[in-house]
Design a protein. Structure first.
Ligand code: ADP
Ligand code: MG
Length: 229
C-alpha cells in the first residue's frame, strides 16, 4: 500500500532520515524508536509536510511531486503529535469547504454523529479550533475528521504523549473503527504497542531502520530499551 524507497531527509546539513526502505502493507504497523530518532519527520515526509529525497509510492503510484492536499485527497491522513490550532476555523467550516455538494444541515448531522462517537461535545462543532481547546479536545476533533474523511492510511504520531489512558484507549478503538487499510502507529512506549497488537514493528534509531520484526521485538525493547539496538 505504502512503500518508501531510499527515503532521506536532511535539515540544515544534518541527516535526519537516512535511506529508509520500508513497505507498509495492509494492516497495523508500529514504528518505534527513542526521542529524536526521526519518527515525526517520517510521518511528515509521508504526508508531504517535509521535503525529502528518495521516493514514496502509494498504491503503486509515485507521490513525490504531490502536494499535502493531493495526498490527503488520495486517502492519507495524519494524527499529529502536537495537534495544530486553527484560529478562526471550526470543524463545520472545514467540512463545508470539503463537502461543497452537501447541504449545511447534512454536514451538521454528519458532524454531530461523528462528534458523539469521538466524545466531543457537539457545541464544539462550530467553535473555532483555537487556544481554548485542551489537548484531549483537539485529539477528538482529529478523530471527527478521521471518521468523516474515511482515509485509506492513518499515520498516528505519538498520540499517547498528551492524553489520559481512557482517552488513548478510545482513540485507538476509533482508529481501528475507521477501517483504514493501513495504520502506521508511531510510539516509543511499549505498553501502548502491547495494547495495539500490530502486525509488524519497525524500530528507528538516529534516522535509520535498526530492526524490523513482530511482537517479540517488544520484549527486547522492554528489557534493554532502545540502547539494545
Ligand atoms: P522523533 O519524532 O523521533 O522524536 P523527530 O523526527 O522529531 O524525532 O526529529 C529527529 C531529529 O531531527 C531530532 O534530532 C530533531 O532535533 C531534528 N529535527 C527535526 N525537525 C527539525 C527542524 N525543522 N530543524 C532542525 N532539526 C530538526
Ligand atoms: Mg516525534
Amino acid at each position: 500500500m505504502l512503500r518508501l524507497e531510499n527515503l532521506s531527509v536532511s535539515i540544515g546539513g544534518k541527516r535526519i532520515l537516512d535511506k529508509l526502505n520500508i513497505s507498509f502493507g495492509n494492516g497495523i504497523h508500529a514504528v518505534m524508536g527513542p526521542n529524536g530518532s526521526g519518527k515525526s519527520t517520517l510521518a511528515k515526509a509521508i504526508m508531504g509536510l517535509q521535503e525529502y529525497s528518495g521516493s514514496i509510492y502509494f498504491e503503486g503510484k509515485n507521490i513525490d511531486k504531490l502536494s499535502i492536499e493531493k495526498r490527503a485527497q488520495m486517502g492519507i491522513f495524519q494524527l499529529f503529535q502536537h495537534t495544530p490550532h486553527l484560529p478562526g476555523i471550526s470543524l463545520f467550516d472545514i467540512f463545508r469547504t470539503l463537502m461543497k455538494d452537501k447541504k449545511p444541515m447534512e454536514i451538521m448531522d454528519m458532524l454531530e454523529k461523528a462528534s458523539s462517537k469521538a466524545g466531543l461535545n457537539i457545541a464544539y462543532i462550530t467553535k473555532p479550533i483555537d487556544k481554548t481547546w485542551s489537548g484531549g479536545e483537539l485529539k477528538k476533533a482529529e478523530m471527527v475528521q478521521m471518521l468523516l474523511l474515511k482515509p485509506k492510511i492513518v499515520i498516528s504520531d505519538e498520540i499517547d504523549a498528551g492524553v489520559d489512558v481512557d482517552s488513548l484507549k478510545r482513540i485507538m478503538e476509533l482508529i481501528m473503527e475507521s477501517k483504514a487499510e493501513t495504520v502506521i502507529f508511531i510510539s516509543h512506549i511499549p505498553a501502548t504497542i502491547e495494547r495495539l497488537k500490530p502486525d509488524g514493528i519497525t524500530v528507528l534509531k538516529q534516522g535509520k531502520v535498526v530492526a524490523k520484526g513482530k511482537m517479540e521485538m517488544l520484549e527486547k525493547i522492554k528489557k534493554k530499551g532502545y540502547e539494545g539496538f
